[in-house]
Design a protein around this ligand. Structure first.
Ligand code: NAD
Length: 510
């Protein structure tokens, strides 16, 4: 697949413009507004992307609505076979997609392949849509009366995704939505939008009818149009907490079913009996993988005083071996998404120091293996960070790992539970009783026991608590299926002479 398949040429420079994807083909829409898409490791504009108007969104939703009416009538077997073909194509061309992810997000190639693999799990789960939508049947619930339930698609659903997982997050949502018989309008992040068109084109090749998966590029204007559109029945949003809250409140006020996943600040509690080498490895991997731009990244290590000095030394020595640079050069950690974001993240280092933290490793000193203009910041380690500090309270979303020292288990859990976020958390210990107590007591949606990034597998469901998740349904698994379908209960009786006669009372079972 080449760029020219999904783009129209721009003017003066050689930059291409990424179009929307409407009814199975690139579509420029009416807007003349575009936004730059950077290659973060080079610090250069890679291409531009169209910014949809509300009228563009209306046109795409109208097509999607028409496509949804046809797609819902296609047999389960047909929908499953499209999902199977999509899965096979995705597996065969994963390296092409990984290159796009690395070029626009900056994450290293190995991490990009991991992202695709975790998204593909949900495609595989969705291949079993026949089993998942079977419903239930009760024969003779009342004499001669049968009751059964069935699940049906909703129609057009909107998906609004963040920059940090340009492939995995859309895959988590559109796989089940499409397999269940809906049509999708995806509004990906404008910062790394190409993966969305690439996947839509792959679905076309897999045999998905035109209009079932559409991509509208843009910003708030496009999102607002989706939140308010009468024909959009449900919305899945993933992004920062303030926008998640806004999306949830606005779209529910417009009568939609909404699931909105927000930001995070994930803690890892380390008890003195833990294997400190395992902990140090886990802290570095989960703190700096994807340059800390993961909603399940560990950003705070809660270290019990007795082992804190030892643990900080082990983490710092491992950090010295992490190679920061261009993700195409075999480095461990890539750049941040934009220069502005890199500068914002770096700003927390001085503010943490002013608040009393020790800067053990300063990522601003990094010598990156990449272009001098790349948006690099090396791994940073803060120790003794006070919980009153902005660097503790804010979601930083970058390669800064902070150690907060605690007296023991109780203080650690208190800190975890006082956080407004509740996405993920982990405990590292060899004490099964302490781990069991932790999983019972923390007010967090996803918990790891000696596992730093506890993202559940596709047949469970993903989602946090508190300001990390608005709405009832989690992502994928049975929650995802319920979210993208509506249940009907049918009570049926076939003519039988014994049922003749009038009875105006409320139906009772006989
Ligand atoms: P973001 O909130 O800036 O953007 C997310 C989406 O919303 C994008 O498509 C963007 O175009 C759109 N958007 C941005 N501002 C908007 C506005 N004012 N009105 C309407 N739409 C708007 O998030 P991001 O920077 O792309 O992604 C990083 C954030 O996503 C982090 O906070 C991270 O924790 C969170 N995240 C959460 C999860 C989760 O499952 N909880 C998963 C991945 C990322």
């Amino acid at each position: 697949m080449t760029d020219t398949m999904t783009t129209t040429p721009a003017t003066a420079e050689s930059t291409t413009i990424l179009d929307h994807w409407r009814a199975g083909a690139p579509w420029p829409g009416e807007s003349t507004r575009t936004a730059p898409v950077y290659d973060p490791a080079l610090g250069r504009i890679r291409r531009r992307v169209r910014m949809a108007t509300a009228a563009d969104v209306d046109a795409v939703v109208e097509d999607a609505d028409r496509a949804a009416r046809g797609w819902r009538e296609r047999s389960v077997a047909t929908r499953q076979s499209v999902m199977f073909r999509f899965r096979e194509l995705l597996a065969a061309r994963a390296d092409d997609l990984a290159e796009i992810l690395t070029s626009e997000h900056g994450k290293v190639l190995a991490d990009a392949r991991g992202e695709i693999a975790r998204g593909m799990e949900v495609v595989e789960f969705a291949c079993g849509i026949g089993h998942l939508t079977k419903g239930a049947y009760t024969e003779n619930a009342s004499t001669g009366v049968d009751v059964f339930t069935l699940r049906q698609p909703l129609g057009v659903v909107g998906i609004i995704s963040p920059f940090n997982f340009p492939a995995m997050v859309p895959l988590w949502f559109f796989s089940l939505a499409i397999a269940a018989g809906n049509a999708v309008v995806l509004k990906p992040s404008e910062k790394d939008p190409t993966a969305a068109n690439w996947m839509a084109d792959l679905f076309r090749e897999a045999g998905l009818p035109d209009g079932v998966l559409n991509v509208v590029h843009g910003d708030k204007e496009a999102v607002d149009a989706l939140l308010r559109h009468d024909d959009v029945r449900a919305l899945s949003f993933v992004g920062s907490t303030p926008v998640a809250r806004y999306v949830y409140e606005t779209a529910t006020a417009h009568g939609k079913r909404v699931q909105a996943f927000g930001g995070a600040k994930n803690h890892m509690l380390v008890l003195p009996d833990a294997d400190l080498d395992l902990v140090a490895d886990a802290a570095v991997n989960a703190g700096f993988g994807s340059a800390g731009e993961r909603c399940m990244a560990i950003s705070v290590v809660l270290a019990v005083d007795a082992i804190a000095d030892d643990l900080v030394a082990r983490i710092a020595s491992r950090m010295a071996t992490v190679r920061t640079g261009d993700g195409r050069r075999g480095c461990d950690m890539g750049p941040l998404i934009t220069a502005a974001h890199r500068d914002r993240v770096a700003g927390y280092i001085d503010s943490a120091r002013e608040d009393g933290a020790t800067v053990v490793v300063d990522g601003r000193d990094v010598v990156a293996d990449g272009d001098a203009n790349g948006f690099f910041l090396g791994p940073t380690l803060l120790d003794h960070l006070p919980v009153a500090s902005r660097a503790y309270r804010d979601e930083i979303f970058g390669p800064i790992l902070a150690v907060v020292r605690v007296a023991g288990y109780e203080e650690g859990v208190e800190i975890v539970n006082a956080s407004p976020f509740g996405n993920g958390t982990a405990i590292f210990t060899n004490d099964g009783g302490a781990a069991r107590r932790f999983q019972h007591e923390v007010t967090v949606g996803m918990i790891g026991v000696n596992v730093p990034i506890p993202v559940p597998v596709a047949y469970h469901s993903f989602g946090g608590w508190k300001a990390s998740h608005f709405g009832d349904a989690k992502a994928y698994g049975t929650h995802g299926l319920d979210f993208f379908t509506a249940e009907k209960a049918v009570t049926s009786r076939w003519p039988d002479p014994s049922h003749r006669g009038l009875d105006l009372g409320f139906p009772q079972h006989t």
